[in-house]
Design a protein around this ligand. Structure first.
Ligand code: TMP
Ligand code: ASP
Length: 243
């Protein structure tokens, strides 16, 4: 591969900056030391946050690729930067839940961490202005956000991700409560997993202490976030078959 050089800032999100490179099919992702919640309404700078998420996400995406789940990850450049395949992001958040928490718990007034018999799947439309509303297949098709076939593909891939993530976190003595993933369409018109998988986008509960080891620590003001993310990275690095 010829040397990849970072070029122009294409998009700045709430946690990452995306740059073009000298290769039109490759993007340069910079993980920022910024954490937000409630669709950007709560925002804080935190040294070390970008690095831990960048490293956690790289390890997880590499592992998922090794388990047959195609994704955008190419390689880690340094602590805060990685190269990914350029995709057109589908503006949907695909959520999988194993236990009740967050918006599900609130919406249906059920017991915190009630275990589901099978994974619950939901989609949300990515829009800060609209507060990421829930969206169903008919609504997504009507808005031309995704086709029926794409919705089915996203659901199926998200379930495979759930199966593998549950295995990984189980090795880390952690229950995977829920998570969010995003998908994109690559230059071959294939739908692949994209964005990041990190404690920003998962809910993780330590099996011994029942404490949150994810962004809920920040959302609920439970303490310092970076040490918690470092704990996740440390445990992940010890999982035998995650390399
Ligand atoms: P929710 O319970 O707030 O709907 O969140 C479900 C999962 O999605 C949880 O793991 C946190 C994650 N999530 C994001 O990654 N980004 C978001 O903007 C939201 C609202 C949730
Ligand atoms: N991802 C959203 C934000 O960064 C919401 C959240 O995670 O709570 O503001």
């Amino acid at each position: 591969m010829t040397e990849i050089v970072k070029k122009d800032l294409l998009y700045k999100g709430k946690a990452k900056e995306m740059y073009t490179t000298n290769d039109p099919d490759i993007m340069w992702v910079h993980y920022m030391d910024q954490v937000t919640a409630f669709n950007g309404k709560k925002k804080v700078q935190m040294a070390g946050k970008g690095q831990t998420n960048c490293e956690i996400s790289a390890l997880i995406f590499k592992d998922l690729a090794n388990h047959g789940i195609k994704n955008h990850f190419i390689k880690q450049i340094d602590s805060n930067n990685q190269l990914v395949k350029r995709v057109k992001i589908i503006p949907l958040e695909t959520v999988v839940r194993n236990f009740a928490s967050g918006s599900f718990e609130k919406k249906f007034a059920v017991k915190h961490l009630m275990k589901f018999d099978k994974p619950v799947q939901e989609f949300f439309y990515k829009s800060d202005e609209l507060d990421d509303p829930f969206i169903n297949d008919f609504q997504a098709e009507a808005l031309k956000v995704a086709t029926e076939d794409q919705m089915n593909q996203m659901r199926a891939i998200a379930l495979k991700v759930n199966d593998r993530l549950k295995e990984i976190f189980s090795e880390m003595n952690i229950d995977l409560v829920d998570f969010k993933v995003e998908f994109g369409i690559d230059s071959d018109n294939q739908l692949i997993l994209a964005d990041e998988i990190s404690p920003d986008s998962c809910r993780l509960i330590d099996r011994d202490t029942q404490k949150s080891l994810d962004k809920d620590v920040f959302r609920k003001g439970l303490g310092a976030l970076v040490p918690v993310y470092k704990e996740i990275l440390g445990r992940l690095e010890k999982v035998e078959d995650v390399k």
